[in-house]
Design a protein around this ligand. Structure first.
Ligand SMILES: C[S@@+](CC[C@H](N)C(=O)[O-])C[C@H]1O[C@@H](n2cnc3c(N)ncnc32)[C@H](O)[C@@H]1O
Length: 311
């Protein structure tokens, strides 16, 4: 897919005392890192940037590793991570941490994704898999094939999985209508909805790279004629829709909540995620203030997804 040499991904490594590793992992997920993994009893080797080392001196330390696309957002994400580490240091005087980044080589990129992007099964109904995983799709299962790339959304993130699970539930039987995917990323949610039987979908994203990747993934899955991926946000998507899914973060979700009565048909189903449990209350309030009824909730690793129906 890419030329030999550097891949379009950066590896990021944060060495912290082990009790802080879950917080760092959550922070990396919030900053949209992929392939987040914890290496316990490990430190960053002093003599080489971003080389991991075990041994007695590593006891009690964890290196949290993640990957970010080498795109325009990379520096801002790195700064946000650094700021979070400085904030923790302010609360925990004496805290020691190390941060290192290394642009992946093509070889690391492929082996890393082949290690972390393994087939994912959602509710025994939906299979998400990378192109190198071949083999028959189990009977009764819908399958979406996604190539890892610069756009978020390989199904690895807990919020993507929560949205997919709520989608499977919402689209049981013979679904009809059209879904709007706000913040489509790789297109994973819209493409899954189509594979689950919905006839049409529209996806929007403010990142033009994501739109290009989503279109590529639509073609790869033979769905090009059923879906339109557009650059922009919900303003560019003419409604109303029977279904809407938005895996974003709190601020845009609060704004989107106010637009849901116009974007959804009566009886329509909205699925929203991208929030932590601590952010759930304001989102619930915004959905209820917009006249929607929260009818389902899923949570995983501190993340929450809500289903809200238009009456
Ligand atoms: C967390 S990713 C979700 C990707 C994919 N839908 C998934 O569930 O894995 C969020 C995506 O939303 C896009 N985004 C962020 N704010 C947005 C907004 N206000 N309107 C549309 N897209 C937005 C980002 O560019 C990113 O691709």
């Amino acid at each position: 897919m890419f030329d030999e040499g550097l891949s379009p991904w950066w590896d990021v490594y944060v060495q912290v005392p082990s009790p802080l590793s879950d917080a760092v992992s959550a922070c990396l997920h919030r900053l949209e890192a992929g392939a987040v993994v914890l290496h316990d009893d490990t430190v960053l080797a002093a003599e080489a940037v971003a080389r991991l080392q075990g041994g007695p001196q590593a006891a009690g330390w964890t290196v949290v590793q993640g990957a970010w696309p080498a795109d325009a957002a990379f520096l801002a994400r790195l700064q946000a991570l650094q700021q979070a580490l400085y904030d923790w240091t302010a609360w925990l005087p004496g805290l020691r941490w190390q941060l290192a980044c290394r642009q992946q080589h093509q070889h690391d990129y492929l082996t890393q994704w082949q290690r972390f992007f393994t087939p994912l099964v959602i509710a025994e109904r939906l299979l998400i898999r990378p192109p190198w995983e071949k083999g028959p799709v189990p009977a009764g299962m819908a399958c979406v094939e996604l190539e890892p790339s610069m756009a978020f959304g390989t199904g690895l993130h807990p919020t993507t999985q929560l949205c997919l699970t709520l989608l499977v539930q919402a689209l049981a039987g013979h679904p009809q209508g059209c879904l709007l995917d706000v913040g489509c990323g790789s297109g994973i949610l819209a493409l899954a909805a189509l594979k689950l039987g919905l006839p049409r979908a529209v996806g929007v994203d403010i990142d033009p790279q994501a739109v290009a990747v989503a279109r590529h993934n639509a073609a790869r899955n033979g769905l090009r004629d059923q879906v339109a991926f557009l650059h922009g946000s919900w303003e560019v998507a003419k409604g109303p829709y029977t279904h809407l899914v938005a895996n974003l973060y709190l601020e845009p979700l609060l704004a989107l909540a106010g637009a849901l009565p116009e974007l959804l048909l009566p009886g329509g189903c909205g699925i929203v995620s991208g929030i932590l449990e601590t952010q759930e209350a304001p989102l619930r309030e915004a959905l209820q203030a917009a006249g929607l009824a929260v009818s389902a909730r899923l949570a995983r690793e501190g993340w929450v997804a809500l289903r809200a129906d238009r009456r």
